[in-house]
Design a protein around this ligand. Structure first.
Ligand SMILES: *Cc1c(COP(=O)(O)O)cnc(C)c1O
Length: 401
């Protein structure tokens, strides 16, 4: 009973995730170690969460200090880390004077708050259609699930919020959807992570912004996976010229400590939620806020935006330069990378990579996703690039998973 962790997991944990492939015991930097003492280079980073890698001294110190000082306060009271985080978030999202922050505990909660803003805005203005994109992933709680496209995730829980429509991420589909009017808001992931690292077309965000402005609809940028420097910018939409009404963040925000944020930028979005209309017990918890402050500080002080940008570009080029016949496309931005295979072997590649000491992920059956800590070095990235042809060869020789 002492070890045998996987059997004990299966015995005690609700089986919603499928069997885990490893039981991890500890980590440091970009490496994690399992309970048998095997070491792996973590190129998934807890699915784009561990932006500073594992056991980063800045997070360790911030959390340790905060745990000794004040762990929880309830939202009858403010805490200084929460206030400082609100200020820091306002700055990094470039929200300007109107930006306001609501702190929660996860991505799905960040989107719940955004959805409540959109719904209340729609109710107040007599608009009732909510748009999202095909292949969108916005979370698993019932509201965010209503926006998530995959039918298999939604159908067991029907009926969900019924006035959501999914449109293709094309300019034409966007124009058609808005032409019908009655749009309360639209949810967009600038790069769809769960769908396989798929970026919306170049002019999509700007056109969505213009249509929202024309019709008084709210534009929500779900930056849960793409935000916090993942793509080489604080937010993936930075550089598009588009300013959303609402931004949602989570994943990397706390560097592994659970925290989510819903940030309103436009005066209209900021004015929607009035006292009593939303809340949370743990959201804005000072320990999580202290961790998030350490993440933001370290990304700035260690130049991690620049690193994500330059290393990501270089890495994608080197993977392309492998000229592997099974790699159809290498796409992404910064350190969010999708490697599209010509057959559904990504699941097998994950298994083979793990046996070779690398943790990667299959975003879908044909796409390998890399979302490593932003502290990854060029040498570490090169080590994976060098191993990749062998991983692919073995994945193809072992059949479909
Ligand atoms: C992961 C993710 C979510 C959900 O976040 P949770 O913390 O798992 O609830 C929402 N949106 C996007 C884009 C995500 O990648």
């Amino acid at each position: 009973m002492e070890s045998n962790w996987l059997a004990r997991y299966e015995d005690s944990m609700l089986g919603v995730f499928g069997a885990p492939s490893l039981v991890l015991a500890c980590g440091e930097g970009v490496y994690v170690e399992d309970t048998d003492g095997n070491k792996y280079m973590d190129l998934l980073g807890g699915i784009a969460v561990n932006a500073l890698g594992h056991a980063h001294p800045a997070i360790v110190q911030a959390v340790e200090k905060q745990v000794r000082t004040l762990v929880h306060a309830s939202n009858f009271f403010a805490t200084t880390p929460q206030i400082q985080l609100g200020e820091a978030l306002r700055e990094i999202v470039r929200g300007g004077a109107h930006a306001k922050v609501f702190l929660s505990n996860s991505g799905t909660e960040a989107n719940e708050a955004a959805l409540k803003i959109v719904k209340a805005h729609g109710n107040a203005t007599g608009k009732h259609r909510i748009l999202a994109l095909t292949n969108a992933f916005h979370g698993r709680s019932l509201g965010a699930l209503s926006l998530t496209h995959k039918a298999a995730y939604r159908e067991p829980f029907a009926p969900l919020i019924s006035n959501v429509e999914w449109i293709e991420p094309t300019r034409a589909a966007l124009e058609d959807a808005f032409a019908l009017g009655d749009v309360a808001g639209i949810f967009v992931e600038p790069i769809q992570g769960e769908a396989g690292v798929i970026e919306v077309p170049q002019d999509f965000l700007a056109r969505a912004r213009a249509l929202c402005d024309e019709q008084g609809a709210l534009l929500v940028a779900d930056e849960v996976q793409t935000g916090m420097g993942r793509t080489g910018k604080w937010m993936a939409h930075h550089g598009s010229g588009m300013v959303p009404d609402v931004i949602t963040l989570a994943k990397a925000l706390g560097g592994g400590v659970p925290i989510g944020a819903t940030i309103t930028l436009s005066p209209v979005a900021t004015a929607v939620l009035k006292p009593g209309m939303h809340g949370t017990t743990f959201g804005g918890n000072p320990v999580a806020a202290a961790a998030a402050l350490a993440v933001i500080h370290t990304i700035k002080s260690d130049g991690l935006l620049e690193r994500a940008r330059t290393l990501g570009e270089q890495w994608m080029q080197r993977i392309r330069a492998l000229d592997n016949p099974h790699i159809k496309q290498v796409r992404g931005r910064g350190l969010l990378i999708g490697i599209e295979l010509d057959e559904p072997r990504a699941g097998m590649a994950v298994k083979v990579a793990q046996e070779s000491g690398f943790i990667i992920n299959a975003a879908n059956p044909t796409t390998i996703r890399l979302a490593p800590p932003l502290i990854l070095t060029g040498e570490q990235a090169d080590a994976f690039t060098a191993a990749l042809p062998g991983i692919i060869a073995k994945s193809y020789s072992e059949g479909e998973l």
